[in-house]
Ligand binder design. Structure first.
Ligand code: S3P
Length: 175
């Protein structure tokens, strides 16, 4: 598929909603580059996300994230996977919306909890009751994801290839 304009496609959604997997498939399909915001921050800081949180705290991470989002959203023809908390900073919402077509991967708390049951890389989810933590954070974020998105894909119980097909169809209708 060839998109008329080389607009960025920006994936948003909770941790574990499948942004990176779908983003890589989409980039290959569109012949776009794939860029992961967290990986770019890790490379720039030469620290893992967990270490940035542990050494400097979440606020510092959010500042780095906003700077990186500004840079990445200024590109053309990229599929950009964002961190799940990108929408929690007010200023990021216009950056995302103006940076390209924003796609929200909507996953339920149960789905996320089952996908991330053994995950140790998300500092915000290192706690006893992961499902409760996911529910608490997700409830606050859902309205923000919805308000930022141009396209919403429900991902529960679906394979990445099915989400790709649906997204390609939705993009072709939009452009
Ligand atoms: C976060 C999501 C993570 C990462 C950091 C904070 C969040 O990215 O940015 O751990 O606040 O939801 P992924 O959504 O790619 O896991």
């Amino acid at each position: 598929m060839i998109l008329a304009m080389k607009k960025n496609i920006i994936l948003i959604g909770f941790m574990g909603s499948g942004k990176s997997v779908l983003g890589k498939l989409l980039a290959r399909e569109l012949n776009y580059s794939f860029i992961d915001c967290d990986s770019e921050i890790e490379a720039q800081e030469r620290l893992s996300i967990s270490d940035i949180f542990a050494k400097y705290g979440e606020e510092h991470f959010r500042r780095l994230e906003t700077q990186m989002l500004k840079q990445l959203c200024g590109l053309d023809g990229a599929v950009i996977s964002t961190g799940g908390g990108a929408v929690t900073i007010d200023n990021n919402i216009p950056i995302l919306k103006e940076g390209g077509i924003v796609v929200f991967l909507n996953a339920s708390a149960d789905e996320i909890a089952s996908r991330l049951v053994d995950d140790t890389t998300r500092p915000l989810l290192q706690c006893e009751d992961k499902l409760q933590r996911i529910n608490n954070i997700l409830d606050k974020r859902i309205p923000l994801y919805r308000q930022t998105a141009h396209i919403i894909i429900n991902v529960d119980g679906k394979a990445a290839e099915d989400n790709l097909k649906e997204l390609l169809l939705r993009l072709s209708l939009l452009l």
